[in-house]
Structures are given as C-alpha cells and as structure tokens.
Design a binder for this molecule. Sequence first.
Ligand SMILES: [Zn+2]
Length: 498
Amino acid sequence: MLKFIRRFWIVVLLLITACSPVAPITSTPAPTAVVDDLAQYKPALITADQNDLAQLDHPTRYNLTLQYDPATPTLTGVEDVRFFNHQSAPLNEIYFRLFANYPDSGGKISVSHLSVDGAAASATLETQNTALRVGLSQPLAPRAEADLHLDFVVTVPRDSTGHYADFTATDSVTTMPTVYPLIPAYDSQGWHTELPPAYGDLVYADASLYAVTMTVPTTMTVIASGTTTRKDDNNNGTTTWHIVGAPMRDFDLNVSAQLQKTSATLGETTVNSWYDPADADAGKSALQFATDALRIFQNNFGTYPYRKFDVVETPTTAGGIEYPTLVVVARSLYRDPRNRQYFEFATAHEVSHQWWYGMVGDDQVNQPWVDEALAQYSALIYEEDLYGKDAAHQVMRNNFIGLYNRAKNAGQDMPVNLPVAAYDEATYGAIVYGKGPLFYDAIRTKMGDALFFKFLQTYFQRYRYKIATSDDILKTAEDVCNCSLQNEYQEWILSPQK
Ligand SMILES: [Zn+2]
C-alpha cells in the first residue's frame, strides 16, 4: 500500500491486532468439490509460463462460488479449500483469516456449515474476530491434505471511510479486498494471525490456485484478480463470471456498473485501466503508467507471467493498494493535476508489487520493508528509465531522503526491518518508505549497475512464488556481488540499535 501525505510526496503504506474468545460455530457436513486438474488454471498465465503451475508443491486450492447483491449489499459465498501440510510436524488446527471483520472496516463476515473432509467441524474466533481457528479431530500428518468447506456471508459497508476506504460499496464501484476466508502463512513461528495497525498491509499467505464463479446483476462488471474465462447469462437479470487465477496469494474483487475501461496489450498480457467516466483523461494516463511500468519491470526483474493486469480508480484514501494482477489507485490522484507526478509514482510503486509481495512473497506484517522498500526503489527505476538519471535523483531527494531526514532530524530514526506495529504511522512512512530504499541505492553504488540488476533478477528467480526475508535479500545480494554488504546493511537497515 502507499499512503500520500499531501505537503510532500510523503509515501506511507497502509493496513492492522487482537484475541477474544468466541462462541463455537456450529456446522453440518457438506460435500467438498475441489476439481483436481491443473489445466483449468492455465488461462491465468501466458503460454511460456504455464508450466510454473506444475512446479508448485501442492499449493492450496480455493474454489469460490460467489454471489453479489448490490441492494443489501452483501457477498454470499461457498468456499471449498484443499490444504496440504508442508510442515514436518502434524497440524492440530488450520486457521482462516476473516479480514472483513477488521475493527474499523465497517464490514462483517460470518461463517457457517464448516466441515473438514466431509465431517462437521467447529471453530472459534480469535484476534478481534479476524482469525478463525478450525480444530482438527485428527491431526493432519506431514504431507497429507485436508478438504475444508464453509459458507460465508459478507456485509459490505456503504461509503465506508474505515481502513483507508479500501472495503466499501459506493455508487461508482464496490471494493472487496480479501473478504473471503483466507488461510494465512504457516512458518517457523507457526500460524500467522497477527493484526497490524491500520497503516500496514494485512495479507501474509502462500501462492495458491483460485477457481471462482461470481454472479452479479447483468448491468455490473466484475473486476477481479485472475483472468475471466467465460460469462454465462442466467436469463434472470444476472450473469455468472468464471475466473481463474494462479499462482496468487490473495483474490481481490470489485464490481461496478459505472467504471469505463481502456486497454492495451503487452505481449500476451492485456492491461486494463478502469476509471470513472468523469476521469477519462486520467484513466488513459493510468493505462500508460501501468503499461510502461510493467514493461520496465519485466526488462529489469523478470517476466510478468499473468495474462491480465488491471489498474482501478477507487475511493481509497491510500495512494494505492496492491493485489494479485490488479492494483487500485486513489480517485484523489486522478482528479488532482498538481499531483500528476505522484499519481505516476504511486502507480509505478503499486505495479512493482506484482514482483515484490505478489510473486516474491514476504511477511508484510512483521517485515514490511521486504516488499515496500523495494517497491519504492522500483518506482525510482521506473522514473530513471523513462525520464533519466537527473529526474530520478530529484525523486530520490524529494521522496526518500527528504522524508527520512525529517524523521532523523526529529530524533525519530529507527531500524528499517521492524514489524509495522513497532512504528507509528508517520515514522512507518519515513523509515520503511524513505530510509528503506536508500539501502538499495547504497548497495547499487557499491556493486555497480550490472551486478545490482543481476541481483534483482536473481532475487526474483530464487524466491518467485515463495517467501523471502530480510536475510534472503542480504544473502542474495552478497552472493551476486561476491562481496560483503554488512556495512551497508548495518548503516541503512539495522541502525540505530538501542
Ligand atoms: Zn507499497
């Protein structure tokens, strides 16, 4: 995410903490219906990258059957998930995140009819109702899988300003980020059910496979993560959209009867810009920014493998927010010509998250710099590619150095590699978004351009569809340059130590 504070190009990212006992959720057995066929996901990817699917080790599979009713407004869903235990120890429980229950979102999700392998299961809510703990009657053995089934109903808040207005039903567009139950990452710390402050991103999850049907009034368009493969008119005023997406950590969903579209192609990828009819010029600019950014990042990092990319104008009060194959950018940036530079920078920042967060995953709650500092530096690479080194230096001075120096001069310098919750909102922006990218500038100066860009390509290849950590960034850079970067890492990432 990217948060804009108007006076400067102050970029701060956004997003969520908690634990309360909750009544058990009663359930009845229900059939599971996960289709065992990788072929169905291939339309999500360009031809050259469709074999990526076979290289994934038993990714989680989500089958979602969704229905949106704009009158209420509610999203009703049936979810079937096949989950594989990648750990060396048996699991006694599986968690889902229920981010629609985030405390200030204004929205709500309730879950029912939960079953595991066809047998009724019970669950308890934790972490301010944002984590659902499903107890397993039999521990799930290492390298065994379980089929989970549940029904859910999401109440979508109208004109909500909570949580950067990222989850809201408005006249122009309804935005529903990660509102279905999502299985979080399980790593050496166990299940991740933390809730960061509102200015941090929420999702820490593994790359998964999605097959989704979404039924909406025929007058509405579905703008979602993944690729639409078919639309069926139900002859009752509704249309069912069939969507596949893979490998993706998350599934973002928007519906609109108002947004218009302009498109371009980049190889086999279709790039769509969705904008309010009043913002047609800015919508065309967003398409240009996104297409240029995808091209520049492909050239510098590695292939964008998906068949589709969307940039969507929404009422969010963040500068922009990233999702798989889709980013949203704030309407306020479409409508303020004085902020055109920031509109472009923010769009490039969000597009780069397809590589950093989307394909190379990270713990956005506990190590947010892993994707955010590199997204900032990637936006600088975009500026340099299109407008030259002088323009890029100006961006670095204004955006990164100025932002960081104001915090440092105020006695608020901190290490970069801390959890979102270790910072307040302003310091989070200054340290992670201002100081963090200066680490990349320092190691680029030391390594030289050729090795620096080789490092970025190697880092992308090593961790594509996996999870990367702070240590992985440092190790990969040192491997590529065959040099020590401990001084740069100490100065820019670990200092000042208390
Ligand atoms: Zn970001």
